[in-house]
Design a protein around this ligand. Sequence first.
Ligand SMILES: [Zn+2]
Length: 361
Amino acid sequence: MDKDAPDHVFLTPELIERFSRQILVKDIGVSGLKKLRSSRVVVIGCGATGTAQAELLARLGIGYIRVVDKDYVDISNLPRTHLYTYIDAKQSIPKAIACANRLSEIDPTIHVEPVITRVTPDNIEDLVRDVDLIIDGTDNLATRFLINDVSIKYGIPWIFVGFSSWYGQVFFINPGKGPCLDCIIPRRILEREERGDACEVLGAVNTAIALVSSIAATLALKHLLGILNDYNTLYVVNGKRLEIHHVRIERNMDCPTCIHRRFEFLAKKGSRRGATRICGSNAVEITPPVKTSLNLEELSKRYEPGKILSVNKYTMRIMVDDIVSIILFNDGRAIIDGVNDEEYAWKLYRRYVLDKMGLGG
Ligand SMILES: [Zn+2]
């Protein structure tokens, strides 16, 4: 039973005590626990489904968890998002940092690495190359098609998790062993999302999110234990009627991605710069022309009293007026909250950020 357990994993008496109930489970035992401790996963997107899965995986004892998110904790996240607190929202703490802090508090013996970034074709390979499994916590198909490309290219499994309102879908994609995302989701749905037709705020019920995330984390657990052997089932969840349907999906034998190995989403390299409206919110994201590293606490001293609503190592919230505020990240990126005009957002960024840094003009 223990013959395939990793030898290098040492379980201290405290860990044996911590996981005593889990070790009693026939499919896990000490050898399963050692497999989980030696596993590495990345959670892409620390929103509702990402944090719920991250918490379950951390408590299961996964040894290494990288959490990636570009955004900060907002008060509207709190009803449906695990791990975050009111204080995180009031201080505009980046989601990756708040998520990593909570996971480390749950289990200081696991390795948790936060990365504050937007996932793009330029950085995704570095974010996933050294893990055993990719967890989907994103809220858009463009990032999921990108994850799918990198998963198939490097042979790293990933779990697709889609969600809105009471309903969700979960699908485990194991490269070469079953369908990939491109086999099951028509690209016209992605194109519609990119045109903005689907760019709306979707409702969400936290109980249904927990149900969907639990299914995804169960698949992650079984895969990492080596006892998952079905890679053709799409789980369709109705969280209102409490139904889980199993839908059998076959591979598309002419799939551009997993059959012909054309990685079109990964090929779209070239960093995005400038101002872009954020889908589903009244906000514009500014990506500065050059990457920088800011000491926000120092920078905050250059503003008039009362203008800085919060400041920490990672973010600073600058008040513009009663409606508009700017959340500046320490790499120079900013979200102009309360504005949907890209040109106006750029003007505010120049006035409230670049001018203060002495880079205006
Ligand atoms: Zn495919």
